[in-house]
Ligand binder design. Structure first.
Ligand SMILES: *Cc1c(COP(=O)(O)O)cnc(C)c1O
Length: 414
């Protein structure tokens, strides 16, 4: 009965081109990756691909400094933490990392303290749920990451969503709200679009309406602002009302996440946040590797990697604009993004899948993103760039897209 039910629904998803599949990487996360299609462990079908798919924006996931730090951390602290943070799993490596993260955010959040989480998903659920348990209303951009949405749903607090970046609507909602606590929750860099939230204007609204601003900087930390300190540094913001979440598995190249905020907020999370309390602490070696990554990110090498990434972004956007003009029949749209996330919006699910498949046959790995991750009718290729991509890599992608466009759209428009 259950299986019949599930199989029927799986078939329906397949009919709408919504089936998701995994690929098995046989080599580290990098532009050049050896990957096998599907779930199998057989490596006969593995192919070398040029990938524009990861969030490893600075190319640090396989950096020797991080790998050495991970190994050294394992020798020093072992392979696992053995327990949750509040029982016995909190190690010197976690404490050290939290102190470093707190000092990174201190210019932007007075008295900032930091709390390390196993994942960004858990940090967001913890944060939104724990803070809104106290008669709050949550205000959220419609394109926020799923983890922020799930935190709000779990909290059962009143949940008001506004159209993407529409601060006029947000202001009306704030003005009409009469709960004692108001939480504005936003991605800083929107994960499927690459555009930025107007954080300065949002902070001004928070101040005007006595609200708090929760900033999810999963795609900004390490990349934006001086020394890669993230979106708050990029905009030069400072306020006690800021509650910051950064992830450590994307640009930082390791894993986990953290919340930085006023000490009272961090203490409240430690005491009450269920995704913090009821889970085994991440292996201390990962925290040790993150510390090494932070030093690298703030260094001259970090600066150089960010500059290189920015050059690739400009190169790709210039090339895409030419392609879009050459193939109007494709209906492609270039997103308004200056970040490493460069979506090419195709529209239809099947068309996005066909384009991704056409690139795949050329050895190019660019994932198609479909609803419910993005709104219906806006299926897209989510192209992500990294400092590890060369100019030749980006040119190969542009050439591949031109070939695919010729194949898919020249014939239909004839
Ligand atoms: C990836 C992501 C998260 C989740 O972080 P993980 O560490 O991968 O769990 C949260 N928010 C945004 C905007 C993200 O893109």
């Amino acid at each position: 009965m259950l299986l019949d039910h599930l199989n029927r629904q799986l078939r329906e998803r397949a009919a709408q081109s919504l089936t998701r599949t995994r690929r098995t990487a046989e080599t580290p996360c990098a532009p050049q990756q050896r990957v096998a299609a599907g779930l199998g462990v057989e490596s006969q079908s593995a192919r070398d691909m040029l990938a524009f798919a990861s969030n490893d924006y600075l190319g640090l996931a396989q950096h020797p400094v991080l790998i050495d730090a991970l190994a050294e951390g394992a020798r020093r602290y072992g392979a696992g933490s053995g327990a949750s943070h509040l029982v016995s799993g909190h190690s010197r490596a976690h404490a050290q990392l939290e102190a470093e993260l707190a000092s990174w955010l201190a210019p932007h959040i007075p008295q900032a303290q930091a709390l390390y989480f196993c994942t960004g998903y858990m940090a967001n659920v913890a944060l939104v749920q724990a803070l809104s348990a106290q008669s709050a209303t949550i205000f959220a951009d419609k394109l926020n990451h799923a983890s922020l949405v799930d935190g709000a749903l779990l909290s059962k607090a009143p949940f008001q969503r506004y159209a993407h970046r529409n601060l006029a609507v947000l202001e009306r909602q704030l003005a009409a709200c009469d709960t004692p606590i108001k939480l504005i929750v936003t991605d800083a860099v929107f994960s499927m679009d690459g555009d930025l939230a107007d954080l300065p204007a949002m902070l001004a609204l928070a101040e005007q309406y006595d609200a708090w601003l929760v900033v999810d900087d999963a795609h900004g930390f390490g990349v934006l602002g001086a020394q890669g300190r993230g979106s708050l540094a990029h905009f030069g913001l400072r306020s006690e009302r800021l509650i910051y979440m950064g992830t450590l598995g994307k640009a930082v190249g390791a894993g986990g996440a953290f919340v930085a905020a006023h000490p009272t907020i961090v203490e409240w999370l430690v005491q009450t946040a269920r995704p913090y309390i009821y889970t085994t602490a991440a292996p201390p070696a990962i925290a040790h590797a993150v510390s090494a990554s932070l030093a690298l990110i703030a260094s001259a090498e970090g600066e150089q990697r960010r500059a290189q990434l920015q050059q690739r972004v400009v190169q790709l956007r210039t090339g895409l604009a030419v392609l879009i003009a050459a193939y109007p029949a494709a209906g492609w749209q270039l997103a308004d993004s200056a970040t490493a996330i460069q979506p090419l919006v195709v529209g239809d699910n099947a068309a996005a899948m066909a384009l991704s498949a056409a690139l795949d046959t050329q050895g190019l790995w660019v994932p198609a993103i479909r609803p419910p991750t993005v709104p219906v009718g806006t299926a897209r290729l989510r192209i992500t760039l990294s400092a590890a991509h060369s100019a030749a890599d980006v040119q190969r992608l542009l050439d591949g897209l031109a070939l695919a466009a010729k194949d898919l759209y020249d014939r239909t428009s004839d």
